[in-house]
Every structure is written in C-alpha cells, then in structure tokens.
Design a binder for this molecule. Structure first.
Ligand SMILES: [Zn+2]
Length: 96
C-alpha cells in the first residue's frame, strides 16, 4: 500500500495506524512516540496543523525539533535505521 503524502491539513484519522515520533535536539536527541489513535482520543480528530502547534517535548517543554510518522507495524529495529516507512515532518518553519 503506498504511503499517502503527508499534509498538515490532514486530520489525525488519516494516520490512525501510525505513531508520531517527536525528537528534541535540545535534549540530546531524546525522542518519544505517541500513537496517533491516542491523540485522537485525547484531542479529537483535529488536523495536524492544530496538533503540531501543541506538541511539547516531555523533558524540556519546548517544541520538538522534528517529527516523524512511523507505522504501528514497523519494528523498533526498522525505526532505528530510519526505515523507508517513516515520514519526516519538520516543525520549525513548517508551513501550517
Ligand atoms: Zn526537549
């Protein structure tokens, strides 16, 4: 199945089977991941433009440096090697 092209106008439900990984360069490349389905439960089916504005690093409370979407089915090993399934979304300077 081809990966849909990401758009900040997409609602979360478009990427329901994915995890949103947040990376924060201020915290020595710390990353945390959240299930998109979980975001829908907490915030409702908002657009990424609305959600990304609210995301904060769990450690320093600043905006994450970049985000990626990783399919739920991807193994942790594949994620570490930046598997072809992950989609990078830059936060800083993002046209939202
Ligand atoms: Zn941080």
């Amino acid at each position: 199945m081809p990966i849909p092209t990401f758009s900040y106008r997409h609602r979360l439900s478009v990427w329901r089977d994915y995890r949103l990984k947040m990376h924060c360069c201020r915290c020595e490349q710390r990353s945390t991941s959240i299930e998109v389905a979980g975001l829908i439960r907490w915030h409702g089916d908002k657009t990424f433009a609305e959600i990304v504005r609210r995301l904060r690093c769990m450690f320093c409370r600043q905006r994450p440096t970049f985000l990626s979407l990783v399919p739920m089915s991807a193994s942790d090993t594949a994620m570490k090697h930046g598997g072809s399934w992950s989609i990078m979304l830059t936060v800083e300077g993002a046209a939202v």
